[in-house]
Design a protein around this ligand. Sequence first.
Ligand SMILES: Cc1ncc(COP(=O)(O)O)c(C=O)c1O
Length: 460
Amino acid sequence: MNTPIYDFVSDYIRAGRSRLHMPGHKGQSAFGAALYGIEARDITEIHGADVLSEATGIIGESEANAAALFGTALTLYSTEGSSLALRTMLALALSRAPRIPGERPLLLAARNAHKSLLYAAALLDFDIAWIYPDDTALDSVCSCHPSPDSVCAALRTLPRPPFAVFLTSPDYLGFLADIRGIVRAVDAHCGKGAVPVLVDNAHGAYLHFLEEPLHPMDQEAYLCCDSAHKTLPVLTGGAYLHFSAEAAAEVGSSARRTMELFASTSPSYLILQSLDLCNAYLADNYPARLYACIRRIEGLSYYLRTLGAELCASEPLKLVLGSGALSGEEVAALFRAHQMEVEFADLSAVVLMLTPENRPEDFLRIASLYREEAALWTKKETAKEPSLRLIPLPRVLTIREAMLSPQETVPVTEAVGRILGQPTVSCPPAVPLAVSGERLSADLLPLFLRYGVTEVAVVR
Ligand SMILES: Cc1ncc(COP(=O)(O)O)c(C=O)c1O
C-alpha cells in the first residue's frame, strides 16, 4: 500500500528547502538528541501537503487507503484523538435529526461513557438520557453492558425519540456490546435508519482485523470513532472517524466542515504520517501478527489461570485481572516494581493492554511475576466490598449550563447538595462519576472515595 503523506515529507526533507513557514523549529533539533530529530518530519500545510479539513490531495488519498482497509464508505483522520472524532460524530448525528420547536435534542447513551461525551453535550447543547448498568454488570464504573433488551427498555421510557443511541464498546474492562443486535433492536423500535447507533470504539481499532471481524462498522454502526493510537502503532492523538454507507450519503459531505468546528487548524503532520504508515503496516499481513499476539495472550491467560489467577472475560487484546488478596492499585505497584506499567487499576481489577508490538519479554515478565508473587492469585479473605456503581441523580441544570457556569472547587464532603460543574472523573478511565448539572448526593461519597476523588467543581 502506498504512503503518500510519509513520502511527501521524505521528499521534502531530501530537497533541503529553506523552511520559511511554521513550525518554529524549521526541521532542526533545538533539543539535540532528546527528540531524535523528529522536527525534520514535523511540517505544516505547505504547498502540496494537502489540508486536513479539505483533504483532496495526499491526505485524502491516505484516508481513502484507510477506508479501503477498514471496509468503510468513508474514513477521516483526526490528529486530536477520538475526543475530536467523537464530537464530530455527535454533531453530524444531530445535524440529520428532525428539529421540533421547543424540544431539546436528546441522546440515549450507556452511562459508562468517556468524559468527552459530556464535552460534546456542552458544546452542542443536547440532553442525555442514560442507560445505567443493570445488576449483572461488573462492580466498576467502567461497566454498563448495554444489550438489545436494555436499549429497547430505555427507548420505551423516553419522552421523545433520541437523535441517536451512543455506546462505548469495547469498554475499559474489555466488554464488547452486541452492536449488530442493538442496531436491529433500535431499527425495530424506532423505524429502520431513524435513530443512528454511534459507537465510541476508542479501544477497538484492531477489531476489524480479527478472523471474525468485531469492529462496530462490521456490525452495522452508523458512525464510529477509533483511537488508532490505543491499539495500533500510531502516535498519540491519531484517530479515525468511520462512516457507514448511510452516514456517508447523509452527512459525509459536511463531515470535514463539522470536524473543523472543534479542531485545531494546525493538525500534526507527525501524527498524519504515522496514520499513513499504519495503512502500510495493516496491509502487510497485520491479521497474522494480530492472531499470533492473541494466541500468546491466550497462552499467558491459561498459564495464569493454572496458577490460580482470576481473569475476567474481555476483548482479545486486554488482560483483565482480578486483584486476588490485594487491591488493584497494590497489584499495579507490584507490576511497577517489576519493570511493568499497567493501563488501569482500581480496587478490584487491573487492566493490561497488549498488542503485537509487545516484546516476548513483556509476556515473560507477567508470567514470572505471577509465579513469584503468590499474593497476586491468592483469593481475598476479606468480605467483598459492597457494589459501587454509577447512580442516577436529580438533574438541575443542562450539561451546557452547568459546564459553562462559574464554578468553585470544594472537598467532596462539602459538595453534597451542590450542582456538579466540570465532570468529576478519575483518569483513566475518565468515566464521569457524576454528570455536570446533577445535584450531588451523599450516596456518591463512597464512589468518590473509591476512585480517589477528593475535590469536585461545583456551580457557584
Ligand atoms: C472510551 C474512550 N473514549 C474516548 C477516549 C478519548 O480518546 P482520545 O484520547 O483518543 O481522544 C478515551 C480515552 O482514553 C476512551 O477511553
